[in-house]
Design a protein around this ligand. Structure first.
Ligand code: NAD
Ligand code: IMJ
Length: 269
């Protein structure tokens, strides 16, 4: 379907945990579009699971550990990438972390250490990874980071993750300016709510998805595959003039002021 858009390009995918991960949908779409990939995984628990998934791809792809909270692991990961390839074309950043309690309790209760960790893993990691990857982009490059509407407006329970995503989006803009002269583009994809591991234990997720599908302009929820196809676009030369952008792939939710569909129903009553 996207065949050829990424033909001959080499990319790194950060953030696959299981078959529902947005990173995994992106990986499949990238391979579909002709790219070669290297995967990272976080910790031994995920090694087996990510390994099994990679085996299902039509072409083999290496995977190496990378906890983005550790500079040494980022360094070791990119040394392994350099052993495989002499240049790189893209990076997909599809990871986030906040303590579970902080996605449940009121935002103002977030402890200092948890706030720092959420910002470190979810936002600073983009800066650290971009800095290490930049010298590998020998013919320009494209970086895409996953974000969410909770960066722009208050979403119940998103709390410190919203603050971290605001930092991620702004970091992407500063990185776009720093690296633009080297033809390295940095963009975000703001995905609508999708049932993944990171969204499963969230209080009220079922209701949110239910309301979301009734109120979005497209009258449905977003799926990981359409997020992946937009990611392929941003990674590809089709988006050669696009940097510092946040592309909403949320069935239009972000344009709403009031929930028009619900309003219509009430007005009709
Ligand atoms: P997921 O649980 O499948 O992916 C999250 C990933 O983050 C996991 O692979 C996990 O290993 C990784 N991770 C966490 N801490 C890490 C660390 N220290 N080092 C390395 N990796 C680490 O869930 P997902 O929904 O696919 O999330 C991917 C991205 O998409 C995240 O940035 C998330 O904020 C974003 N996003 C998700 C949704 C949604 O509704 N699911 C919506 C918009 C944006
Ligand atoms: C997460 C929390 C609260 C509300 C939420 C979400 N909504 C959505 C999400 C409405 C869509 C999912 N999302 C966009 C995320 O970025 C999730 C990040 C996340 C999830 C967890 C759960 C398990 C854990 N830590 C986490 N850290 C980050 O321990």
């Amino acid at each position: 379907m996207n065949s050829g858009l990424l033909a001959g390009k080499r990319g790194v995918v950060l953030g696959v945990a299981n078959e529902k991960s947005i990173a995994w949908a992106c990986a499949r779409a990238c391979v579909d579009a002709g790219a070669s990939l290297i995967f990272s995984y976080q910790g031994e628990v995920l090694e087996k699971r990510v390994g099994k998934l990679i085996e299902t791809l039509p072409r083999p792809a290496p995977m190496f550990p990378c906890d983005v909270g550790l500079d040494d692991e980022i360094e070791a990961f990119f040394l392994r990438v350099e052993e495989q390839w002499d240049s790189l074309d893209f990076v997909i950043h599809s990871l986030a972390f906040a303590e579970k309690d902080d996605l449940k309790n009121p935002f103002f209760q977030t402890p200092r250490a948890n706030f720092a960790k959420a910002l470190d893993i979810s936002a600073y990691s983009l800066v650290a990874v971009t800095r290490r990857a930049a010298p590998l982009f020998k013919h320009g490059g494209s970086i895409v980071a996953m974000t969410y509407y909770g960066a722009e407006k208050v979403v119940p329970h998103y709390n410190v993750m919203g603050v971290a995503k605001a930092a991620l989006e702004m970091s992407a803009r500063y990185l776009a300016v720093d690296l633009g002269p080297q033809n390295i583009r940095v963009n975000c994809v703001s995905a609508g709510p999708i049932r993944t591991l990171s969204a499963s234990a969230i209080p009220g997720m079922r209701q949110l998805l239910d309301v979301n599908q009734r109120v979005t302009p497209l009258r449905r929820n977003t799926d990981a595959e359409e997020v992946a196809r937009s990611t392929v676009y941003l990674l590809s030369d089709l988006a050669s003039g696009v940097t510092g952008e946040v592309l909403h792939v949320d069935c239009g939710f972000h344009v709403l002021g009031l929930f028009a569909a619900e309003e219509e129903k009430e007005l009709a009553e």
